[in-house]
Design a protein around this ligand. Structure first.
Ligand code: ADP
Length: 295
């Protein structure tokens, strides 16, 4: 009898110490005092529980780090957006005030100031459109509807639409039609948006020569290539041009009506197709953007 009382007392004491240990660890996790999962130790009788608490701790830690990163990205994005909005708004305000202060009666400048203000409203509206696209895509609201489509029938009208833009800069915009029955799989509307962006960029950043569209094919896929003879992109910028608001030359991008969001949108669209956007470029010689689609 006495022996069993001592036995139960010992067991009870042991349990209490274990529970205290667990409570201490949980309090440590709650207060963010633990740095590493190796600090969680419960002894050899509770190895399973120790593993589970460690896993919980690691998940908790990665979730918190992820949320902190999201918060940083969000703040940085908001900072960029406000900065980008400020430029055209200040410019429009400036032109309107100058016109009101008397320039409206000066035939030498009044039309020029109105044209400039209009240019800035156009940049504002492209920025807003790109922002709407980015937020739709990133919040997962972009719905894709995949179909097989004929490549030539898809690309030719896009080229026809952009011919005049290339013509304004005396650039050739060429599509080398591919075998007539090649079909690729994807969302035509979204792919049109991506191609529009790539071709418009090629035209914007090319001063002489041509912009070409080519198709290459292997067993399983077709590669769409947009190649230009433009200013090219320095090697150190190549990995960053797909980031939101990243531009090699800010002033030049603004001058040609860029928002800095185009390639981020293209990347999202191509990745949503389970593919990857690639770029090769040489400063002063030109750039080549391409992506593959399933056959
Ligand atoms: P933007 O609206 O500034 O053109 P993008 O996201 O479309 O923004 O492109 C990011 C940057 O990548 C551009 O500012 C430019 O510096 C560079 N870039 C994109 N396409 C080309 C190209 N075809 N040739 C040279 N530079 C390019």
């Amino acid at each position: 009898m006495i022996l069993s009382i001592i036995y139960f007392y010992k067991i009870g004491y042991k349990r209490n110490t274990e529970i205290e240990k667990i409570q201490k660890i949980i309090a440590g996790i709650r207060k963010n005092e633990l740095i590493d999962s190796s600090e969680i130790k419960l002894g050899k009788h509770l190895l399973n529980l120790e593993d589970e608490i460690r896993e919980m701790f690691i998940k908790n830690k990665t979730d918190i780090e992820y949320l902190k990163k999201l918060e940083r990205v969000r703040t940085e994005f908001l900072g960029n957006v406000s900065h980008e909005l400020r430029n055209p708004i200040f410019a429009i305000q400036g032109y309107i005030e100058t016109l009101r202060d008397g320039a409206i009666d000066d035939p030498k400048v009044n039309k020029h100031f109105l044209d400039k203000a209009t240019e800035h409203t156009i940049s504002l509206s492209s920025l807003l459109n790109d922002l709407i696209d980015i937020s739709m895509i990133e919040s997962g609201e972009m719905r894709l509807s995949y179909r097989y489509f004929n490549v030539n029938d898809f690309i030719q009208p896009i080229i026809d639409q952009l011919k005049s833009l290339a013509g304004e800069k005396h650039l050739e915009l060429i599509y080398h039609p591919y075998r007539t029955n090649l079909k690729l799989f994807g969302d035509k509307n979204k792919l049109k948006q991506a191609l529009d962006n790539l071709i418009t960029n090629a035209i914007k950043y090319t001063e002489n020569g041509k912009v070409e569209l080519l198709i290459e094919e292997d067993d399983k896929s077709g590669r769409v290539i947009v190649r230009d003879t433009g200013i090219g992109i320095p090697a150190e910028d190549l990995s960053r041009i797909f980031e939101r608001f990243y531009r090699v030359d800010k002033a030049r991008s603004r001058e040609v009506g860029g928002t800095g969001l185009g390639l981020a949108i293209v990347k999202h669209i191509i990745e949503a197709h389970g593919s990857k956007i690639s770029v090769k470029s040489k400063v002063g010689e030109g750039s080549e953007f391409s992506f593959t689609l399933k056959k």
